[in-house]
Design a protein around this ligand. Structure first.
Ligand SMILES: [Ca+2]
Length: 133
């Protein structure tokens, strides 16, 4: 028999955009994003139990979370953002629900690496928060 736990219902306006260990407790958490407003919420999980629900921020919906993973090896998952039109890529280094730094990824950071996917950009505005956090 498969163990399953009903957690409740989430309105369809929200989509999961990440499942990774954002808090560093060794357990994967769930990141939800409101598709219209851009609001981002973190469910801190302990198995099938939601231990905490934290509003991370409201981010311009033009940016999408395209990946989660521990990019700086501090034991906490980070976020990779991509602007849906310009293609600009940003990293948020995370500590739980708090973005501790924001880094723009540009070809100059990849000296010695050739990848034809880069494009010239003029926009340098990252996935900044709007409203209160
Ligand atoms: Ca990290």
């Amino acid at each position: 028999m498969v163990a399953q736990t009903y957690l409740g219902a989430v309105v369809p306006d929200y989509a999961t955009v990440g499942t990774a260990d954002y808090t560093g407790d060794g357990r994967a958490d769930v990141l939800w994003r409101h598709q219209t407003s851009g609001e981002l919420w973190l469910w801190q999980m302990n198995g099938a139990t939601i231990e905490a629900v934290t509003r991370v921020a409201t981010i311009d919906p033009s940016f999408a979370v395209v990946a989660s993973g521990d990019l700086n090896a501090d034991g906490r998952a980070d976020l990779l953002w991509r602007h849906q039109t310009s293609g600009d890529v940003w990293v948020w280094l995370m500590n739980g629900a708090v973005a501790t730094s924001q880094v723009y990824l540009e070809p100059s950071q990849t000296s010695g690496i050739t990848w034809w996917g880069w494009r010239t950009t003029t926009a340098m505005v990252g996935p900044t928060c709007s409203g209160t956090t």
